[in-house]
Design a protein around this ligand. Structure first.
Ligand SMILES: [Zn+2]
Length: 334
């Protein structure tokens, strides 16, 4: 179990304050990559711990804590998409990719759990992560469970997209917002983790420290990112087809993410004269943004958003990228 992050102290205290009047479902919401899941896991373990510390932190020594650490606590269930439970890139028999959704079967399996009494006589905790990964049937099935709450059964719903949840699920949960840490707090933590240029890593990942750490550690896609950024800075000279060809081995979602950041900065340069993700290229971005129409840029940003939803399963990744890159170049053609 990861300990709490330094920026979570206040949230942790606030959660402890809720323990005397716990709802049936607690919705932990906030940006991606700020440690919501780790906070929720700590809280779940603390709920089950036999001798939590005075500040509510689990003792790490009791039987309950040992079971929790070994993923075998009988009063705890973690529900997440199969894709998060298996090793990266691992394929199921038959070459089927693990699902990115939480299925109705996963939620239905909970009903048995919900109807048993707690093994240890205290609370039972279900953590659903990320809650927006539930498909419609799963969400409706969860709703039924929430409509007939069981005593001493706590649902921790972790989400960075609460707007995608059923309003009826939202209305049956107590919302608990987790804030993105300040740049200073994020950078200080990243520096402790050995990240060489924390400010840069934060800016590349929307100021979410955990994502920034992943980004810095993996160096993943650095080369492709360089190629992409080198090309989109000169849309008039850009060869969209050749570019798609050289990028086709990187994950489409990664290319789209990078384009989204670039277009965010183009829009911001045009409308406000400032940028967020590529501060070292402000002048270039302002110059480029002068040549495009705001409406066309917004349409393209919307297209990127939709593409991102489809990006995990494009039928033909190269064609998929080509069409996005052509649309990008078209922005500057008028
Ligand atoms: Zn304990």
């Amino acid at each position: 179990m990861k300990p709490l992050y330094p920026w979570q102290t206040e949230s942790w205290q606030a959660l402890q304050g809720l323990r005397a009047r716990l709802p049936h479902a607690l919705l932990l919401k906030g940006a991606q990559g700020i440690g919501k899941l780790d906070l929720a896991l700590n809280f779940a373990q603390a709920m089950l711990c036999e001798r939590p510390r005075a500040d509510g932190i689990p003792c790490q020594e009791c039987n309950s804590c040992h079971w929790f650490e070994q993923d075998s606590h009988p009063d705890f269930r973690l529900i997440q998409p199969e894709a998060l439970s298996v090793e990266d890139g691992e394929e199921k028999p038959g070459g089927k990719k693990p699902s990115r959704e939480i299925s109705v079967d996963q939620i239905r399996d909970l009903s048995t759990f919900a109807n048993l009494s707690a093994h240890c006589g205290g609370y039972r905790v279900v953590l659903i992560h990320p809650t927006e990964a539930m498909n419609n049937n799963a969400a409706n099935s969860l709703l039924k469970t929430l409509e007939e709450p069981t005593d001493k059964l706590l649902f921790l719903l972790v989400t960075h997209k609460p707007q995608q949840l059923l309003p009826t699920i939202l209305s049956r949960s107590l919302s608990f917002a987790l804030h993105t840490p300040t740049r200073g707090a994020g950078a200080a933590w990243l520096a402790q983790q050995g990240v060489e240029n924390p400010e840069h890593a934060l800016a590349q990942t929307g100021f979410a420290p955990l994502q920034a750490l992943d980004w810095a550690e993996s160096g993943e896609g650095a080369e492709e990112r360089g190629i992409l950024l080198g090309a989109i800075r000169h849309p008039a000279k850009m060869d969209a087809l050749a570019l798609a060809d050289s990028l086709q081995r990187s994950a489409p979602v990664f290319v789209i993410h990078c384009l989204q950041q670039w277009c965010h900065d183009l829009a911001s340069a045009k409308l406000a004269g400032s940028v967020r993700y590529f501060p070292d290229q402000t002048a270039e971005l302002v110059k480029l943004s002068n040549g495009i129409s705001t409406a066309a840029l917004m349409r393209f940003q919307k297209e990127l958003q939709e593409a991102r939803r489809a990006a995990f399963h494009p039928l033909n990744p190269k064609l998929f990228l080509e069409s996005l890159l052509l649309a990008y170049r078209q922005l500057f053609a008028a």
